[in-house]
Each structure stands twice: as C-alpha cells, then as structure tokens.
Design a protein around this ligand. Structure first.
Ligand code: SF4
Length: 444
C-alpha cells in the first residue's frame, strides 16, 4: 500500500510541490466533465483555492481509499507534460512520471499491476493497453485528452495514402509510426514490416529501416521526421512531405514536387505537426544565445530551430539536462510549457535559471504554451477515476482498449470487435516490439 508523501517532498523525478502555489492554473468548466465526474468537479470547484494545503486533503479523501482498496495492483501513470502540478500529485501517490517510451513499457514491466490509470493523452494509454496482459486493465482519467498531432493522422486519413503508396511502390514501403499515433496506425506499421519510434529512439529506428532498403513513410510528425533524417545524413532532396492532412483527401500527385519528387525520395513524411513545438523560431534561439543562454529543444521543433540549438532531445533527455544543471547555469528550453515550468521550479530550488524559449524578447515569464489537451486531466478527473474504480462504477468511456478510435470532442470510442482487436494487437505489438529490440540493441 502506498502512503502519500508530504506536499513538499520531492518525488523520484526531483519534483516537489510548492506550498501556497496553485496546483492547477485554470479550472475546466463544469460542463466539460462526464456526468459521472461532475460531483467530484463540483466539490473541487467549491474548494477555497487550489493550493496543495487545500487540494491535498480533498484529494486524499478519494485517492487514499482507492490506494488501500487496490494495494499493489494499482499503477498510476503520468507524462512529463501534464498540466499544472498533476505530475507531482501522481508521484505523491506512488505513481510513475516519464516520457512516452517508458510509459508504454509499464504494463509489461509490472505484471502485478492489474489496474493501470493514466493521466495523459489517449495514444499513450492505448500503447500501454496494447502491450498489457489480458488481466491488466487500462483507464484514462479523461477520454477527451487527445493529441492534436495524432488527430491529424487518423487511420481513415493515413490508410488511403498508404494504399496509394503501396500500389505505386509495392512491398518496398515500410511505415514508421511515431509513438504519437493510434493503435490502428501502429498496426499499419507492423503490417508493412515497420516499427514504432519515440523522439528518443527515432534515429535508431530510421537507421534500421534504411538498412532494409526501399521507401520509408514516417507518420505523423513531419518535423521529427526531417530532423531525424538530417541527423542521419539523408540529403534534403531525398525527403518529401505529403500534402497537409487538414486539406482533406489528396492524390499523390498533389505532393509538392509531384510524383517525380515522390519517386526520388527515400523518406516520405506525413504532414502533421505539434502546435506546441512549432511555435519556436530560429530568431528565438538566436535571441537567447546572443545573451549567453544555452538552448535545448525537443526534436518536434522545426528543423531550423533544431539545427541552431545547443542540445536536442526527448523529454527524458531535457529532464536529464535539468537534473545535472549546475548552480548559476542559464538554460532555455523549447518544449511544452508545463514541463518548463517544473524545470524552472527545480532551478529555483537548486540555484540555476530556466526560461522558456518562447519568452525571447518578451517581458513575460509564461509565454510558452502548454499541451492543452493533456491538461484536461485535472485533480477531479484523478479523484473521480480512482473513486469510481474502487466502487466498481467506472464508466466504459474511460476504459482504454487497443484499437479504440476516439472522438476527442466527445470522448466517444469506436471499438473493434474482439477478433479484430486481437489482430490489431498482434500487428501493433510487432511494431512496438521491433522498436524495443532496436532500442535495447542500440543501448547494449
Ligand atoms: S505536446 Fe504536442 S505532440 Fe505532445 S501530446 Fe501535446 S499535442 Fe501531442
């Protein structure tokens, strides 16, 4: 059984809650909550403020009975980008906070955990569900928490393009699915002999796929795709980006440079991107560097930003740089706003400075944007999910099954039948397993 730490105890990531500072920066409107979650939201909204001193006793009244009830079988998970200080809450209750690669492996690494509750976006919870054993159930605290990059690469958008590419290039096409895709796209990668990748291992996975030969389709983040290709020395003229998925259905001829550019390419990029990371510009990087700051960015940023930065890497890499920063150091980080806010608090605690890349040239200390969809998981969602699970009344909408296609506006899911689901799990697992093999081999 897990006992919560005190509000100011740092968790394993070194994060600690600051007494007196709000846990969440904004409240969600009551009508954004599912019916079953409204009673928890009403109580939360009626609390006198959002400081740990006020929120914790309320949260404990729901979370502690659930921790006692489930004991060792419960696993709480959160991603580093979670809004406000939810990551610290999850750590406080003995949960794990990490990047998407480590999150995906949690179910398999901890077979004793049969009830897995994730406060993050849907694709992360679904990756856990794909690799889970049949007796492990996965739940998401808010089913409306989607990833905008993934929402522009739904199966009904990507599959027609893959069919056209297969028709033109035959079996020479390998799909690489970034972790930020649904299980249906990961399964597509598995069916083409491809693999999943994350921002921390994309260069290993693409290198592996290049050794196989033929063409690669990298889905969905065009910037991570280009940054990875350039890192591996692929010339720009061997890269081509498919038409913007926001335009709707397209023909291969609509690609910039037409069929000729496609035929010439080695790597084809799906045209999605992350709105949080594409706000950064080369001017911002220069602005900080001219003033003596060290700039670190996430590889979902535009290539011109990545090429100028002093360090580039996944959230795990960025946090490792924060963890080893020395007193007096000045770091600028180009990634999700909540992450930078936590890094800044860590810097205050240990005597170094952290700023957000988007604050360049502004007087604002909060110009960087957070992942709004991930932040839809707030304290009432965590309290409600755990209490409803304990009472055996958890809504089916919050249950995450492999292959679910989620409408992020309503949270509704289109579920596969059990037979289709087991085929999808086999295909998507193959792509995930391949990523794990490639990553572990590279680490060895
Ligand atoms: S930060 Fe961007 S890529 Fe990551 S979950 Fe949010 S929208 Fe998706």
């Amino acid at each position: 059984m897990v006992s919560p730490t005190t509000p100011t105890d740092p968790g394993p990531t070194g994060l600690s809650l600051t007494p007196g500072l709000p846990i969440c920066q904004t409240d969600l409107p009551l009508d954004w909550y599912q019916e079953e979650f409204k009673p928890y939201a009403e109580e939360y909204l009626a609390l006198e403020d959002r400081t740990p001193e006020v929120v914790f006793p309320w949260l404990d009244s729901y979370v502690q009975p659930a921790l006692d009830h489930f004991g060792e079988s419960l696993l709480l998970l959160a991603h580093f980008y979670m809004g406000g200080e939810i990551v610290k809450l999850v750590e406080r209750y003995g949960g794990s906070v990490s990047d998407s690669y480590a999150l995906a492996l949690q179910a398999r690494a901890k077979p004793e955990k049969t009830v897995i509750v994730e406060s993050a976006v849907h694709f992360m919870a679904e990756a856990v569900a794909i690799l889970a054993r049949p007796d492990q159930t996965t739940w998401i605290t808010n089913p409306k928490a989607g990833c905008t990059m993934e929402m522009l690469a739904k199966d009904y958008q990507v599959e027609p393009a893959v069919d056209m590419l297969l028709e033109r290039y035959g079996d020479d096409l390998t799909v690489i699915a970034y972790m930020n895709t649904s299980g249906r796209i990961k399964a597509l990668a598995g069916r083409t002999g491809g693999a999943v990748c994350t921002s921390s291992n994309a260069h290993h996975v693409v290198e592996w796929a290049r050794r196989k030969g033929g063409k690669l389709l990298f889905v969905p983040d065009q910037h991570l795709g280009v940054n990875t290709a350039l890192r591996l020395g692929l010339p720009r003229e061997r890269l081509v980006t498919l038409p913007d998925p926001r335009r709707g259905a397209f023909r291969l001829e609509d690609t910039a440079g037409g069929l000729e550019a496609l035929d010439r390419s080695e790597m084809i990029l799906w045209g999605s991107e992350c709105g949080v990371h594409t706000i950064f510009s080369a001017e911002m990087v220069r602005w900080w560097q001219e003033r003596g700051w060290r700039v670190l960015v996430h590889p979902e940023s535009r290539p011109e930003v990545v090429s100028l930065a002093d360090g580039v890497g996944s959230t795990q890499y960025l946090w490792s740089q924060v963890a080893r920063a020395e007193k007096g150091e000045r770091l600028v980080i180009g990634t999700e706003g909540h992450f930078v806010r936590n890094a800044r608090a860590e810097g205050r605690r240990r005597g170094f400075e952290v700023r957000h890349l988007a604050e360049a040239g502004t007087a604002h200390a909060a110009a960087g944007c957070g992942c709004a969809t991930m932040s839809r998981n707030d304290p009432p969602h965590l309290a409600g999910m755990l209490d409803l699970l304990r009472r055996g009344e958890a809504p089916d909408l919050n249950r995450v099954l492999a292959g679910d296609s989620v409408d992020e506006r309503t949270g509704r899911r289109d579920r596969l039948d059990p037979e289709e689901r087991s085929v999808l799990i086999a295909d998507a697992s193959r792509a995930l397993e391949r990523m794990i093999e490639i990553t572990e081999a590279a680490r060895a």
